[in-house]
Design a binder for this molecule. Structure first.
Ligand SMILES: Nc1ncnc2c1ncn2[C@@H]1O[C@H](COP(=O)(O)OP(=O)(O)OP(=O)(O)O)[C@@H](O)[C@H]1O
Ligand SMILES: [Mg+2]
Length: 361
């Protein structure tokens, strides 16, 4: 763990240099430099932060005359603020400049033929600001060698995403822009098994997986309204993820004739695809301490090292989900909270042999 001040010092130099370049007067105010974060994260932060600061001077802060005309203080301010919040570090970069004008964004979206005028009219301010993160997007009409290529914020976003972080924008015309970066305090990388449930991608930490077996529906019984199967001489509570999360069970696969599934399977095998398509379901036997649960999934996709990301406010309240992860190839997977899932199936998930459970076993 190292203090963020290390990278902030570099940024002070960048502000001095860039404001001279653009002939603008800027005062950089730093707070929270003592906030600590994983050394590996700090090393990856200097490029994204430098780009954001450069944008603040370039697009945000107006020149002296412009600011005077608007009745703003002649010298612009960029405030860099860091603080810890739970398991995360928040870095805010705030400028008191021109802000982002939704109408300028709308015009740029149309000019670049990303959307038709009819479509662009329907976008909210928030949807328009999201274009900041698109590769090649700029509101500048002409580009030169050092600026206006729109190569910047897209890279900032993907670099922050690789660290398990997220970037948010709030901006108001004439008032300024705030970029908020939320990062995990450490780069805890975990290995997961990637699964598919009702066509959704989910991940389960490999450390909690004991084994994976094919689901034999005939071996599943109901005890006190809960599904249980016998596995290795003990009863194993069954948890169907699609039901638990209320996923739509109708899968594309269901409409595909068996013949086609078989053909797809042999093709998948022939192509060495880790995901062997199959009409059957699997049971991932997961454990926490001495308690086990059989988690029913549709497909096994493979294994991967991931960084867990924090979830937005809505998903944070969903039991059984620990976080999300960027799987590359533009897919996002939800990471299961095995401890919560095991708890969900009640206390019958211990290794008590079936014979010892009397009549219910
Ligand atoms: N602090 C800011 N204030 C106002 N607008 C901003 C700010 N930061 C970014 N923008 C807007 O976001 C757009 C995209 O930024 P990005 O850095 O990706 O491209 P660019 O700065 O236009 O080009 P380049 O970085 O190649 O010079 C900018 O064109 C600008 O309209
Ligand atoms: Mg830029």
């Amino acid at each position: 763990m190292v203090p963020l001040g290390q990278v902030f010092e570099k940024l002070a130099r960048v502000v001095r240099q860039v404001s001279r370049e653009y002939d603008k007067q800027v005062n950089l105010v730093i707070t929270g430099a003592e906030t600590e974060i994983d050394k590996l994260i700090v090393e990856e932060l200097s490029d994204p932060l430098m780009h954001i600061i450069r944008n603040s001077v370039d697009h945000g802060i107006e020149d002296r005359d412009g600011r005077m005309r608007l009745g703003k203080p002649a010298v612009g301010t960029i405030a860099l603020n860091a603080y810890q919040k739970g398991n995360h570090v928040v870095i805010k970069i705030e400028d008191d400049g021109a802000g982002m004008d939704p109408e300028v964004f709308r015009a740029a979206v149309i000019r670049k033929k990303l959307l038709s005028a009819d479509e662009a009219v329907l976008l909210s301010d928030k949807e328009l600001f999201a274009y900041v993160f698109m590769a090649g997007f700029t509101t500048k009409e002409t580009a030169n060698a050092i600026s206006g290529r729109g190569m910047g914020m897209d890279i900032v976003k993907s670099n922050i995403a690789k660290l398990g972080g997220v970037v948010d924008i709030t901006s108001e015309v004439g008032i300024g822009t705030i970029l908020t970066i939320t990062l995990p305090i450490t780069l805890a990388i975990i290995r997961v098994l990637i699964l598919e449930v009702a066509s959704r991608v989910m991940c389960i930490p490999l450390a909690s997986v004991e084994e994976v077996i094919v689901l034999e529906e005939t071996l599943v019984r109901r005890i006190d309204g809960r599904e249980v199967m016998t596995h290795r001489g003990a009863s194993l509570p069954i948890l169907r993820l699609a039901e638990l999360f209320g996923f739509d069970r109708k899968q594309p696969d269901e409409n595909v004739p068996k013949k086609d599934i078989d053909r797809a399977t042999s093709r998948a095998v022939a192509e060495g695809d880790a995901r062997v398509l199959s009409a059957r379901a699997f049971v991932v036997v997961a454990s926490v301490a001495s308690r086990r649960t059989g988690i029913v999934v549709d497909h096994l996709v493979g294994q991967q090292d991931i960084v867990i990301k924090a979830l937005g406010a809505t998903l944070r309240r969903v039991r059984g989900i620990a976080g999300a992860t960027d799987l590359g190839d533009q897919r996002v997977g939800l990471v299961l909270d095995v401890a919560a899932l095991v708890e969900e199936t009640g206390s019958s998930g211990d290794r008590t042999p079936v014979a010892m459970q009397g009549a219910t076993g």
